[in-house]
Design a protein around this ligand. Structure first.
Ligand code: CAA
Length: 384
């Protein structure tokens, strides 16, 4: 059995309490208005959820990956838009800075990120470089004390609101070098030449805004290069490994909420003289949903614990994301079916869970990409 420590139980309870009392009541509003209310953002700051793994010396909570997964899981039970905003901020932005940032960069950005004063984003995808991330074309050329960046970054979660974006660009002109010519930069949206594109009109996670980031002769100070030149792709992949644990946790949270809603509805709704929960066909559906959720939860926690123990965890993170996102989509579909016609209306949150779950199979590496990562790892025995 997977035992949480006293501290981990407390973190989980704190996140659950916040999700139940503060977030759940406004979750459909967040979806409808496509905006997380300021009070929710402030409460997240109060709870220290913007800097879960940021070291205490920079204003963070100094907790581990399992703590991050526990928080994201609970928050996802109420609102997937809030959880992905937090996940990208913590696991892709703060994590990249914590692991690869220079002292001056950490001092400059970490306290503001950890306190929720600025939201972090991560910009790798481009119109022609999605799953094949190493084919990205955004160019970075060093001119004096600045890198001049030119290119377009697509589908950037928190792009419209972010105060800091980790941007990947090509510092070596030879595109055939692929991953070997890419660097990572800390980009403030206020830097000259950086503009935000139109907000995407999405199917789900509508409260987590997404847009293009357009770089037209964007001036990025030389000191905002993260780690060294041409080290960006490894930073991107390493950071995404952690992000994938976040999305796996999100999948578990969405599915758990869908199961809870199905159980509640099945116990109330009567047809043919008995409640739905008295039909064996429904009981078995619920049993399978609960079992799948538990399996996904264990894969997620296992990947997180391996990261916390400095063990290789690339394969485990991909397995957790692949299994968790597939499971979440199956579970929300079954839950909606149990709700029948009511599930197809906006009177119940299940239609939102259904729309929100889909993206877990797409962002931070599609399910097809997770198959590539896992199969390469088991065939070549490559441990990352
Ligand atoms: N950690 C560290 N290094 C890694 C690594 C990892 N997990 N994975 C690969 N690398 C290294 C490799 O070792 C290799 O380096 P060496 O040659 O020195 O050994 C180098 O990176 C290139 O690796 P590959 O040959 O495996 O690269 P590839 O071009 O075949 O691509 C891929 C592999 C897994 C398909 C990768 O491109 C990928 O993950 N694609 C998906 C991109 C993605 O997830 N995008 C999501 C965008 S962010 C987002 O979605 C956020 C949001 O909005 C919520």
């Amino acid at each position: 059995m997977f035992e949480l420590s006293e501290e981990q139980r407390l973190i989980k309870e704190t996140a659950k309490n916040f999700a139940d009392t503060t977030l759940a009541p406004v979750a459909s509003q967040i979806d409808r208005e496509e905006k997380i209310p300021t009070e929710v953002l402030s409460k997240l700051s109060e709870l220290g959820f913007w800097g879960i793994m940021v070291p205490e010396e920079y204003g963070g909570a100094g907790l581990d990956t399992l703590a991050l997964a526990l928080v994201l899981e609970q928050i996802s039970c109420a609102c997937a838009s809030t959880s992905v905003t937090l996940s990208v901020h913590n696991s892709l932005c703060c994590n990249a800075l914590t692991k690869y940032g220079k002292e001056a960069q950490k001092k400059r950005y970490m306290p503001r990120l950890a306190g929720g004063e600025i939201i972090g984003a991560y910009a790798m995808t481009e119109p022609e470089a999605g799953s094949d991330a190493a084919s990205l074309k955004t160019r970075a050329q060093l001119v004096g004390n600045h890198y001049i960046l030119n290119g377009v970054k697509s589908f950037i979660t928190s792009g419209p609101t972010a105060g800091l974006i980790v941007v990947f660009a090509r510092t070596h002109p030879d595109i055939s070098l692929r991953d070997k010519g890419i660097s990572a930069f800390l980009v403030e949206p206020g830097f000259a030449g950086v503009t935000r594109g139109q907000k995407e009109d999405k199917m789900g996670v509508r409260g987590a805004p997404m847009c293009e980031i357009i770089l037209e002769d964007a001036y990025i100070p030389k000191e905002n290069l993260l780690a060294g030149e041409n080290q960006g792709f490894k930073i991107a992949m390493d950071t995404l490994d952690c992000g994938r644990i976040g999305i796996a946790a999100q999948s578990v949270g969405i599915a758990s909420a869908a199961l809870d809603s199905a159980i509640k509805y099945a116990k109330e709704r009567k047809q043919f003289g008995k409640t739905l929960s008295e039909f064996q066909s429904i009981q078995w559906k619920l049993a399978e949903m609960a079992t799948d959720i538990e399996a996904a939860r264990l894969l997620t926690y296992q990947a997180a614990v391996r990261r916390d123990k400095n063990l290789p965890y690339t394969k485990e993170a991909s397995m957790a994301k692949l299994f968790g996102s597939t499971m979440a989509n199956k579970v929300v579909k079954e839950s909606l079916q149990i709700h029948g016609g009511m599930g197809y209306t906006k009177d119940f949150p299940i239609e939102r869970f259904f729309r929100d779950a889909k993206i877990t199979e797409i962002y931070e590496g599609t399910s097809e990409v997770q198959h590539i990562v896992i199969s390469r790892s088991i065939i070549s025995n490559r441990c990352l």
